[in-house]
Design a protein. Structure first.
Length: 374
């Protein structure tokens, strides 16, 4: 397995890729079917099922890498070169445990719909434990090296700030364009404050929620977002860029989009538009694969990718719910057609970066841990 920021001239291991995709899609589609049978999208089980779904790509990448793929750098029989305990494996065991715990929570939410408050509290606790575990295992002696070996580099703090700020600015621009062209309606902040029972003015509430949702929410959602990003960027991208970076990431985007299709058909993101929603989700995932893929190629950090994924979700929810709500999910900026057009411009600019040039064969074990490894 190569690092997510490297490309090689060696062939893609299609057997391994096929096994990863088969397990991830099979279990995800089965989970979506169970959600449909347990009340459908919008029921009290929805959030728990969607969070569990997000955990699955990393879960299968980790299980396969630890116990099946003998060429994996963190295969359970391969010791750390420096003799230190493999801290990454410690985090992986914790992550697998959290995923299985989410299976239990999903079952409870489906079988006992009246326990949604308990399920929400337990899921928040699980994510908090996951974040603490991440910090702990990464901070222990040898943690930096073992995390880098397992394709879990943190990257540099300034990269998180730069990319994160750019994402927030782009989504804010989309909201501004929706307002400029009257493609929805503004949110009444004072009315929202009254509905929430907040003892503050509407403008103050908007500022407080911006901090809570965009920054705090993105950090707390880091482990869930890692679930997708370690699977799609950490494993799949590192395999498919062997076809060439631009071509490989195109395939990552298409696969990533297809993984979302069942919940799109159930009404997620584009309610009432299953066909148009499928097309737009495909375009969005391909374009976003280039954006997040660029960040990973540039920095080598899958955790940065997880942060960007989380901040995209949180920022979009904030601006759509607290500032300006689009009237039509198809004909609007943001996730609609007009938003895809502006995002395409961003991608075309990113593709001019020399980082997309294919490089000679490199291996993860030969790459030293540098300052960018965080």
């Amino acid at each position: 397995m190569t690092t997510p920021s490297e490309t090689t001239q060696s062939k893609v291991n299609w057997r391994q890729v096929g096994l990863f995709i088969g397990l991830t899609f099979g279990f995800t589609y089965a989970l979506d079917l169970l959600l449909k049978l347990a009340g459908g999208y919008g029921s009290s089980s929805t959030i728990t099922f969607l969070q569990l779904q997000m955990l699955l790509p990393a879960f299968f990448a980790i299980v396969l890498g630890m116990f099946v793929f003998t060429d994996s750098p963190f295969y359970f029989r391969i010791p750390m070169p420096d003799g230190h305990p493999d801290r990454a494996r410690g985090f992986f065991y914790l992550y697998m445990g959290l995923t299985l715990f989410y299976v239990v929570l999903a079952a409870i939410s489906a079988l006992a719909p009246g326990q949604e408050r308990l399920v929400a509290q337990l899921s928040s606790l699980a994510l908090f434990v996951g974040l603490l575990g991440l910090i702990l295992f990464r901070s222990l002696k040898g943690g930096r090296e073992s995390f880098a070996r397992a394709n879990m580099r943190f990257g540099r703090f300034q990269d998180w700030v730069i990319y994160g700020a750019a994402i927030v600015a782009f989504i804010a621009l989309q909201t501004g364009l929706n307002a400029l062209f009257h493609l929805g309606k503004p949110v009444d902040a004072d009315q929202l404050a009254a509905q929430l029972g907040a003892q503050m003015s509407g403008s103050t509430l908007v500022i407080v929620l911006a901090f809570q949702m965009i920054l705090v929410g993105s950090l707390l959602g880091l482990v869930v977002a890692f679930g997708e990003e370690y699977g799609w960027r950490g494993y799949l991208q590192s395999q498919l860029i062997r076809l060439g970076k631009v071509r490989g990431i195109l395939f990552v985007g298409l696969i990533w989009a297809a993984w979302h299709y069942p919940i799109i058909w159930m009404g997620h993101n584009y309610p009432g538009h299953p066909i148009a929603g499928t097309v737009l989700m495909t375009v969005f995932c391909v374009l976003l694969a280039y954006v997040i893929g660029h960040a990973v190629l540039k920095t080598g950090s899958v955790w940065l990718a997880a942060f960007l994924h989380a901040i995209i979700d949180q920022t979009a929810n904030y601006f759509n719910g607290m500032i300006y709500t689009p009237a039509d999910p198809i004909f609007s900026f943001g996730g609609g057609l007009y938003g895809m057009a502006t995002l395409a411009v961003v991608v075309l600019l990113l593709l001019r970066d020399p980082v997309w040039r294919d490089t000679p064969v490199q291996t993860q074990l030969s790459k030293p841990v540098s300052a960018q490894d965080g």
